[in-house]
Write a protein that binds this ligand. Sequence first.
Ligand SMILES: [Cu+2]
Length: 495
Amino acid sequence: MNQPGSYWYHSHLDGQYPDGFRGPLIVQDPESPYIDKYDEELVITLSDWYHDEMPGLIKRFLSVTNPTGAEPVPNSALMNDTQNLQIQVEPGKTYLMRFINMAAFAAQYVWIEGHTFRIVEVDGVWTEEAEADLIYVSAAQRYSVLLTAKDDTSTNFAINGAMDADLFDRFPEGLNANVTSFLVYDPSAPMPTPSLVDEYNEFDDHTLVPYDRESLLENPDYSFKLDMKMDNLGDGVNYAFMNDITYVRPKVPSLFTALTTGAEASNPAVYGINTNTFVLQQNQVIEIILNNHDPGKHPFHLHGHYFQCVVRGEENTNDYNPENATLPEIPMKRDTWVVRPNGHIVMRFRADNPGAWLFHCHIEWHVDSGLTVTFIEVRMSHFPLSQSTSILTHCGTRHLSYCNLPSPSQQTTTPHAMLLTPTPNSKPRVTPQAGRLISSTSREHTLARRHYQKTSQREVLWRWSSVSWRRCWVLRRWYGMVLVSWRKRSKLLSW
Ligand SMILES: [Cu+2]
């Protein structure tokens, strides 16, 4: 393990993590540049809690009754899964505080009254010390800060977290958007009431300097553009798109496809069109240009890499134009970065970590609605197989041999049924409609269809019943209107 820093483990399957499948994961660094600069470490998680569970919320979110794609608003902000947390500190000591936002949706503004602190790490990247008094921590972002306690022990101070309500389509009554914890110098002294602030002047993370001072990766070998938007498909549901493709979870996990298709592993089509796969060659310098065609903020997260944060356009600056850009000599690096409403971000990284990596918005609702692309970094012979070898033994070495098996729902106790049975999707997979938006070669279509035609009987039944129900609803409505007008007419005639 050579990747120290502040992380968190979590599941993205069917929205499991907001219901609790998540926790901090800290990898200690014996060679940390700050190891002698603090006395103790504190881990503080931030989160947004929903009183309802995710399966029901996802069903309502991805529904014809929510055509604008309004995300469910959380009920409460939390720190370390609670409120009114008391953190005892000793005068004069310095603490490394690791803030980790494990939220499904909400970013939080975080500040500690009466104190400033020094940022030293973001998302696993050590930075040069940068003084700040208020930080914006989006879902999935992490900040480690050094905080030196005062010598005076007479007063306690509030640690405030305030959810970024700009993300919410509405502000429901009873929403507990703020969370307060306390820096406790004297447990017998009263806990203060947090002060109001007029505005949030957050620290600009783009100004950070990585501790290793890695210079800008020049002359990308592969530069590509991702235009993101939200739109409705034929089923009336609002989905998220990258280059007009909404991500659909593949029946065969992309990692297994990469490991079992031989030379075809570098053909994006074998992963299925709706996985939105890009194949990257070993050691290429990759540039991603992400244009946000949506009036919301989105924290984009890349698996398997830190990326250099090269350009960030402010709100409403629209698409990236390289002619207007000044590139930094030493860009800051992290793995989760927020794109502004109708703005853009440009990121660069070196493809030096073979594997199957997702790049996605870390708002869990947008994962559910398809705001994900897949990067396959080839040279799989170098891929560490220790975890997946046993699974591959069960699956055989040929990817399509799995595709040719009976549908998992028809199987009983085979290893495939145990390992690869797709969970019943709470969202109807809309591959046929999404496919209509895409122009591609007939070969791609054939390969993609092989995936999609393997849809389980249960899913087919679900789709058929939901479509029939909607048709039935339209018919009933039309019949009702006819009935009303006929009654009105008969009334008029009887007069
Ligand atoms: Cu998003």
